[in-house]
Design a protein around this ligand. Structure first.
Ligand SMILES: [Zn+2]
Length: 413
């Protein structure tokens, strides 16, 4: 039986608010008439939503503009001083917390390197709480100004009746991380897979600005993708869409951390690239366990014409090109963005070969409209993405009255 698609009044209010606030956020300064034309909402609806947002002091007037023959139009913008947002990258080797204003201008950060012995959920919760305290003190911003906290993490973040995390590389199965954090933190918390968070940030603020259909690839210790279709994240039934790293690239191939074999991640994840290099060039392998440093060493050896390093990078480009061709055939994106810390490290060197192999494997028609480029947000991309998750929630949900009174500056007059 077909499900009813009838929207409730609450759904409509949320969607109108999201539409007005996001249009203003990315296009300010705008008048009410501009907002109506750009969002497709009626002038009366825009006027009502703006009245609510002005009352909440989320939007402010920024002067007026003469119009041809008519009354001057009042211009509006989002009040960037309204509050702050924390974006957290919960990585496999590190935890990074950044504080942003409402336009995602960075106000400061704290960064911890995590030993393998500290990868249990309660240890992450402790470190996040410690990091938040340190971040607030470092940036000298009152905790009351915090609108929300976003967290991007590896693995599947199941959005069901509760939010659970599955991260097989740490042995995490159905970990109720959000509930564990809520027991310690009073601010609203938003949580998603790091590649999805990064895709949101790149599409709003980075390489994907202005594109409606794109795929953002996260190459780190693990490998994932965030798929944006018609301007929004594609999630699938239980929010696991985009587990591109575990698509199969070699039958009965190398063992993967997910327990399967032949996954793309087992060839192009940072750990896999390093392992492949160690196998063919044990004598050239640098004496460090720092994955970033080892990848950097492989790149510099390749630039010195070292045949082993050149082969590893060529093979990596080959596997990536094939994986990207699969995405192009499946999703017909206008843009594919290569990012993540390992992507940043080797992307500039291998991009032309990745493009070459993708072209040779993808169908001609979708390939002809699909560009492949590098991410623009650099190391901040996941934290910005996590903060974007907060903005997404903030745009569509009015804050409860008690929080609003704490956050909003005193009204004058
Ligand atoms: Zn796998």
């Amino acid at each position: 039986m077909l499900k009813s698609t009838k929207k409730t009044t609450r759904d409509l209010r949320r969607s109108n608010r999201l539409s007005v606030l996001s249009t203003l956020y990315f296009g300010a300064p705008l008048s009410r008439l501009d907002l109506s034309q750009l969002s497709g909402l009626s002038p009366a609806t825009v006027t009502n939503v703006i009245a609510e947002l002005l009352d909440e002091q989320i939007v402010r007037e920024t002067g007026s503009l003469e119009s041809d023959g008519g009354r001057p139009r009042t211009m509006l913008e989002v009040n960037t001083d309204y509050g702050t947002v924390v974006g957290i990258e919960l990585g496999e080797t590190h935890l990074r917390l950044e504080l942003f204003d409402l336009t995602l201008h960075n106000l400061g950060f704290v960064h911890y390197t995590l030993p393998d012995s500290e990868k249990q959920p309660d240890q992450y919760v402790d470190t996040i709480c410690r990091g938040l305290d340190e971040l607030i003190i470092t940036c000298q911003k009152p905790v009351e100004s915090l609108i929300g906290i976003g967290i991007g993490l590896p693995g599947v973040v199941e959005h069901d009746s509760t939010i659970n995390v599955y991260a097989p590389q740490w042995g995490w199965q159905k970990v109720p991380l959000l509930e564990m954090l809520k027991a310690r933190i009073s601010s609203p918390i938003y949580m998603d897979n790091g590649a999805k968070a990064m895709a949101l940030a790149e599409s709003w603020f980075g390489a994907g600005k202005g594109y409606q259909d794109l795929v953002v690839l996260l190459l780190g210790t693990g490998v994932g993708a965030g798929i944006i279709t018609q301007g929004g994240l594609y999630r699938g039934k239980s929010n696991s869409a985009g587990e591109w790293g575990h698509t199969k690239i070699v039958l009965d191939g190398r063992s993967c951390r997910c327990g399967s074999h032949g996954c793309l991640e087992a060839y192009v994840g940072a750990l896999a690239i390093i392992e492949r290099f160690r196998e063919i060039a044990p004598n050239e392998f640098p004496e460090t366990s720092d994955q970033w440093a080892v990848l950097g060493r492989i790149v510099s050896l390749a630039e010195e014409d070292d045949p082993s390093a050149k082969k590893i990078l060529e093979d990596t480009a080959h596997y990536l090109g094939a994986g990207i061709a699969n995405l192009i055939n499946l999703f017909n994106p206008e843009l594919i963005v290569l990012g993540g810390w390992a992507g940043l490290n080797i992307g500039g060197v291998i991009l032309p070969r990745v493009q070459h192999f993708a072209r040779s494997y993808a169908l001609k028609q979708p390939m002809s409209v699909g560009k492949i480029g590098l991410c623009e947000l650099g190391q901040d991309a996941i934290c910005m993405g996590a903060a974007s998750l907060v903005l997404e929630g903030f745009f569509s949900e009015p804050l409860d009255k008690s929080r609003r009174s704490k956050l909003a500056p005193e009204k004058v007059g």
